[in-house]
Design a protein around this ligand. Structure first.
Ligand code: SAM
Length: 440
């Protein structure tokens, strides 16, 4: 079993079973027993095709007698995989990309279509330095094909940020996000961690404005690093770390993390609290709680208790009991397209349902905040209907809460008590954070 076959199986699961690429890839790599260079190639192929799918399909359509979406499965996925190698990967010879495509067609029981695969791929090879121009007729179509984002999303981004900034966002979505980790101040210092990582051959850069956040390159298998095994750092995006910094729980306080798996915000709160106090980490999915327990153990955190709870269901025992309540709500994830490129292709119909769930969780969680306590609402999306509008509706219904201003690590004061972070502006995931306080 080779990298291309593994990648093909993942792409087919994504297009036919609506699977998520990362979960499907991890499972398929395991099933196929791939590791090292072969696993790296399979990942590169899956994520690369996801990042450039619409553009690849456009070129395939130019050289194929059938429309790409009329092709029998998995012919389109085979063409995408090979076209990606021809157009984007220098180290794979074009002839190998064509031949492997033909082999995959035969392997998948599509032998009769191998002539079509061969013909389309050979035309792409012949024209790779003179590809047909992308249509210029309107900006949305052009940007959609250039950056492989569905038209609805391109339109939304232009509507929210204007064409120039929307283009920057689309561009950054197709770039590799840096691997970022947070120093675990419970067991080490930034200086010692940087030195340990550098001795292990890792290049380290401090994040430009988020304290305790490091960008790593040349890591290899991160879990093999001694510093990882000893719990000296937490893999986490700077934006996610900020949630705890903005919530600012103090040593000895009580925190309720309502939607907490796999535990990132709870761990960061424990760092803020110097591992003193009480953190209750909930999630509606019981099976996810084990990741929080394992993570807390590795990081030396002893103040987290996990429990399975639906954030929409009221718990009398928790009423007005917490200094800080965090609602890191389930969301569309449109702020993390750099890390999960297939999020862009999920249907937008869910957005309305999501905002209903988000509002229900926030309204219920508010009951658990002490008078004078802090309520945080955060998401990894940049759409106002999942963010500002959820908070606006909540505050209109619960006037005992008001937004509370905070200062970001770069010195920016957010008077309005909320911030939308964007990868190209803030060097972090797209994120929304709103801080509210309970007055009475
Ligand atoms: C954005 S993720 C949370 C990430 C987490 N806070 C972290 O930093 O690692 C949202 C989580 O909400 C959970 N969730 C979804 N619906 C929920 C509900 N009704 N009540 C509680 N948790 C829910 C999901 O299982 C998911 O783990």
């Amino acid at each position: 079993m080779g990298a291309r076959e593994t990648a093909l199986r993942v792409l087919v699961q994504c297009s036919t079973a609506n699977a998520w690429a990362d979960a499907s890839l991890q499972a398929q790599l395991k099933r196929d027993g791939l590791s090292g260079a072969e696993a790296a190639l399979a990942s590169r192929l899956v994520y690369g095709v996801m990042q450039s799918k619409l553009r690849l399909d456009y070129y395939i359509g130019c050289y194929c007698t059938q429309k790409p979406d009329h092709l029998q499965r998995p012919l389109l996925e085979i063409l995408e995989l090979s076209a990606y190698q021809i157009l984007y990967l220098d180290r794979i010879p074009d002839s190998a990309a064509v031949n492997e495509g033909v082999k995959l067609a035969k392997l998948m029981g599509r032998g009769p279509a191998s002539g079509l695969i061969n013909a389309v791929l050979r035309k792409i090879v012949a024209n790779k330095n003179n590809l047909p121009p992308l249509p210029e007729r309107d900006a949305v179509t052009n940007l959609s094909l250039t950056y492989s984002h569905p038209k609805w999303l391109v339109k939304r981004l232009i509507g929210l940020f204007g064409q120039e900034e929307a283009t920057q966002i689309l561009e950054v979505h197709n770039q590799v996000a840096p691997l970022t980790v947070q120093v675990n101040p419970l067991v080490t210092t930034q200086e010692s961690l940087v030195s340990a990582l550098e001795i292990a051959g890792v290049s380290v850069k401090t994040h430009p404005w988020v304290n305790g956040c490091l960008e790593l390159t040349g890591v290899g298998d991160l879990t093999q690093l001694e510093a990882f095994q000893k719990g000296h750092f937490l893999v986490q995006d700077p934006a996610a770390r900020l949630v705890a910094q903005i919530a600012s729980p103090k040593a000895g306080q009580t925190v309720l993390d309502v939607c907490s798996a796999p535990g990132g915000k709870s761990f960061a709160c424990a760092f803020e609290m110097e591992n003193q106090g009480e953190i209750i980490s909930c999630d509606v999915h019981n099976s996810k709680l084990v990741r929080i327990d394992q993570g807390a153990k590795r990081l030396g955190i002893t103040t987290i208790a996990t429990t399975c709870a639906d954030g929409r269901v009221y718990h009398e025992d928790w009423d007005s009991q917490f200094d800080v309540v965090i609602v890191d709500a389930p969301c569309s994830g449109l702020g993390i397209i750099r890390k999960k490129p297939d999020i862009r292709y999920k249907k937008p119909d869910d957005l309305f349902t999501l905002s209903v769930v988000q509002s229900e969780i926030l309204a219920n969680a508010a009951a658990y905040v002490k008078v004078g306590g802090t309520l945080i609402y955060s998401t990894c999306t940049i759409l106002p209907e999942e963010n500002q509008q959820v908070c606006d509706a909540f505050l209109a219904e619960f006037p005992t809460f008001v937004r509370d201003s905070f200062t970001l690590g770069d010195g920016t004061v957010t008077e309005e008590g909320q911030v939308t972070l964007l990868p190209h502006r803030h060097q972090c995931d797209g994120f929304f954070i709103c801080r509210m306080v309970r007055n009475t």
